[in-house]
Design a protein. Structure first.
Length: 54
């Protein structure tokens, strides 16, 4: 819809929208990592489970 508003500059509009998406992702991703990981341990692997000791 945004690109239909200016049919003569579709390429520039697409580039601006792509750059805006990239910039938003660059700003949001560090904020998401501030939440931390609720599970601080090794992940379980259902395909290759750990071998029992002994």
């Amino acid at each position: 819809m945004a690109l239909n508003a200016v049919p003569g500059a579709v390429g520039a509009g697409s580039a601006v929208l792509g750059a805006a998406q990239f910039g938003l992702a660059a700003l949001v991703s560090p904020l998401v990592s501030l939440g931390g990981d609720p599970f601080h341990g090794p992940r379980r692997d259902p395909i290759n489970p750990p071998k029992p000791v002994g």
